[in-house]
Design a protein. Sequence first.
Length: 186
Amino acid sequence: EKEREWIRPDTPSKCTWKLGKPLSASPHRHTTLPEPLKILPSILNKVGNTPLVRINKIGKQYGLKCELCKYCCRQKNQNKKLFQKLGSSGIGLALAAAVKGYRCIIVMPEKMSMEKVDVLRALGAEIVRTPTTARFDSPESHVGVAWRLKNEIPNSHILDQYRNASNPLSHYDTTAEEILQQCEGM
């Protein structure tokens, strides 16, 4: 099976779920979150249960998800990784790859800070910079370069957060459940 050369990140979603449908018709998982362990066997176990932190300067009863505590992401055992967008996901991916011994290539626009590059390199990631001026659908963009590398490097994968249907579903299925549990259902 030949994989597509490139997938546009702006194509409409194929999710069929609509608000108001009965829960039994939902394609989403509905799970009870377990109590977190006090001592984790690995940093890779620090997925989920992202702390909710009260911001005392605003007059609201609830807080914000403290995403800086979301250190890493769970991945299947594969020997090469590619990722096209940097943020906490890129840093988490680099950390997970370092722990698992995988090669990690981060493709990112030149406008991204050197501090992020330094963190990624410290975690063992290889960095490929692309012109900031390249449109996302250009072969020179971080998206285009990531797909070119994926097609050139055998046994490589793009963890495409833009087109991965599980990306938004994970927030519906787990992040929302975490927030409800942390706010005691309020």
